[in-house]
Design a binder for this molecule. Sequence first.
Ligand SMILES: *Cc1c(COP(=O)(O)O)cnc(C)c1O
Length: 415
Amino acid sequence: MGIQEKQNDVGNKSAAVGAKSQTTSSLFPTYARYPISLVKGEGSWLWDDQGNKYLDFMSGLAVTNLGHAPKKVKEKLKQQLDELWHVSNLFQIPNQEKAASLLTSISCGDAVFFCNSGAEANEAAIKLARRYHQKTKGTGRYEVITFNQSFHGRTLATLTATGQDKVKEGYLPLPLGFKTVPLHDLEALQAAISDQTAAVMIEMVLAEGGVHTVEPEFLKAVSELCKQEGILLIFDEVQTGMGRTGKWFAHEHYGVEPDIFTVAKGLASGFPAGAMLGKEYLRDTFTAGSHATTFGGTPLATAAIIATIETMIEDRIPERAAKMSEYLFEQLNEKLAGISFVKGIRGLGLLVGIECEDSVANIVLEGQKRGLLFVNAGPNVIRLLPNLYVTEQEIDQAVAIVAGLIQDHISVKNV
Ligand SMILES: *Cc1c(COP(=O)(O)O)cnc(C)c1O
């Protein structure tokens, strides 16, 4: 191709880019986005660029647990912005030490690895489990067993761990070393365990999978089985952690402790951050250079984590979430009583699912028009995730809107 032609090509391309930018986005279309641009948030409320106000019962998918722009976190972040944003993990980072000691003081974990997301925290957990068996125990164990309908993230390893086929489409070949069994089927789990099993990974509430709460007897049995077989137990608390269920971590409801657990969504009030916590006997499994991430636990990220945890301690947030959860369930049970379209109301704390007879997609969209933001969990389940400072009055408002939406949905269906 001559120079002349090449120049023409470039000319054509820039003309095409110019034309395209008026009609389409420059982003990969990985999300089915709602036609709303949110521009401001405060507490339980959000505003769009048209000036419409919304009551937020999704909290960025269990991320903004302290509401939007919580004052103490904002102040701490502003202060840190003036001091230092980022240094390499090759240096001492006092904020990171403090965030880790706060996290271990509120949980059963003894050692922390900071990262940036839930998937990355789960990757760290899978790596720690494999390395524990292979380096510390000297065995060849590598396999991780997870459950149908689970969700553990979108990296190649964590989507393989995820018990939902839709996240795996088009990504073959998947990494080796993962098996999935039905939830609440102890025999299937027993059958899946072999001398290659390194860990079992489970959520206390399968949130993305439809808000299915794990039965206490099952979790106890899984824990005993793991102990008996020398298998590590990993709890994925990415969505259920940080007070969301009315305890700091959902596993406290069960009286069962994991060897490893992960957090992310509510960890830093919306600043991207994740963490993997392990018991003392796992600390020396990781050595210098065995795992790392550039942005994990920066001064800025850990300032947000510190402020989030300190605020939660000060304001007794887990307790508050438990109280508000009682009220929310009471109101939902009362206002949705006798509606046959509603098949069940379930969940833990302020992670609540309303199972319906068929698709709730239109109910979610109609909710936005009436000023209430919430999401589905699977096709038929309405998922409510208010922030943990939510008031009774806000719950009343949200429940009234949800009840109205369901009533209207039924009457439209019956026409
Ligand atoms: C959201 C979520 C993840 C993935 O977290 P990302 O930050 O999106 O990578 C993993 N596990 C559970 C239970 C989640 O809810």
